[in-house]
Design a binder for this molecule. Structure first.
Ligand code: AP5
Length: 197
């Protein structure tokens, strides 16, 4: 089992890189943003509850995210592992994920932090806005999402650094180059797991 967290600010390339990891390592992609957007599209009870938060660029409350993710994860309990994309985003989410995985003795193996300069994030998301159809891809909300990331999610880097699972990757390079570096990091942590008792 291999559990990878892809961490980074909005527009850093988490979704792009997650798809490549899933293809190479045969893992299940769990993107909380994607899952929540589907709930909105399907007009479910959860979708109605989260729409306002997403449209406003705010984080969806922990209890809703955790419950939604849990039900998705148990659908794939027998998989080779997960790529968590955009999750966890708060300390409560990270601690709950650790407890959930510890129970099954399948901890998080590596946390990949994709580093991208703020003006580039903005440029990428504004570029994508033209055809993404995402209600949160507009100038005002993009700025807010970046602020929310800095104030509520960035502190998680310290949480995973203390666990010695964090690796930073330069996300300013071309997609394939970023992926080569991510693959190297995953292989390193995978080998370490096989060597250590
Ligand atoms: P979410 O869907 O997770 O969005 P996000 O974090 O804002 O990230 P994005 O999807 O915008 O960007 P990305 O990093 O995936 O980059 P991408 O690969 O698309 O969350 C949306 C909302 O849902 C949140 O605001 C919140 O409300 C809610 N939510 C989700 N999870 C939650 C949680 N755990 N707790 C609470 N609330 C939650 O790339 C971006 C663009 O850049 C693309 O056009 C791509 O082609 C391009 N690109 C990618 N890599 C490169 C590269 N190397 N060079 C040039 N261009 C590149």
């Amino acid at each position: 089992m291999l559990n990878v967290i892809i961490f980074g600010p909005p527009g850093s390339g988490k979704g792009t890189q997650s798809e490549k990891i899933v293809e190479k390592y045969g893992l299940i992609h769990l993107s909380t943003g994607e899952i929540l957007r589907n709930e909105i599209k399907e007009k479910t009870t959860i979708g109605c509850k989260v729409k306002e938060y997403i449209d406003d660029g705010m984080l969806v409350p922990d209890e809703i995210v955790l419950k939604t993710l849990y039900f998705k994860a148990i659908e794939y309990a027998d998989s080779a592992g997960f790529v968590f994309d955009g999750f966890p985003r708060t300390i409560v989410q990270a601690e709950t994920l650790d407890k959930m995985l510890e129970k099954r003795d399948i901890p998080v193996d590596v946390v990949i932090s994709i580093e991208v300069a703020e003006d580039e994030l903005f440029k990428r998301m504004m570029g994508r806005a033209e055809d993404s159809g995402r209600s949160d891809d507009n100038e005002e909300i993009i700025k807010k999402r970046i602020e929310v990331y800095k104030s509520q999610t960035l502190p998680l880097l310290d949480y995973y650094n203390k666990q010695e699972k964090l690796i930073s990757i330069n996300g300013m390079e071309p997609v394939n180059r970023v992926f080569e570096n991510i693959s190297r990091a995953i292989d390193f942590y995978q080998n370490k797991k096989e060597i250590l008792p």
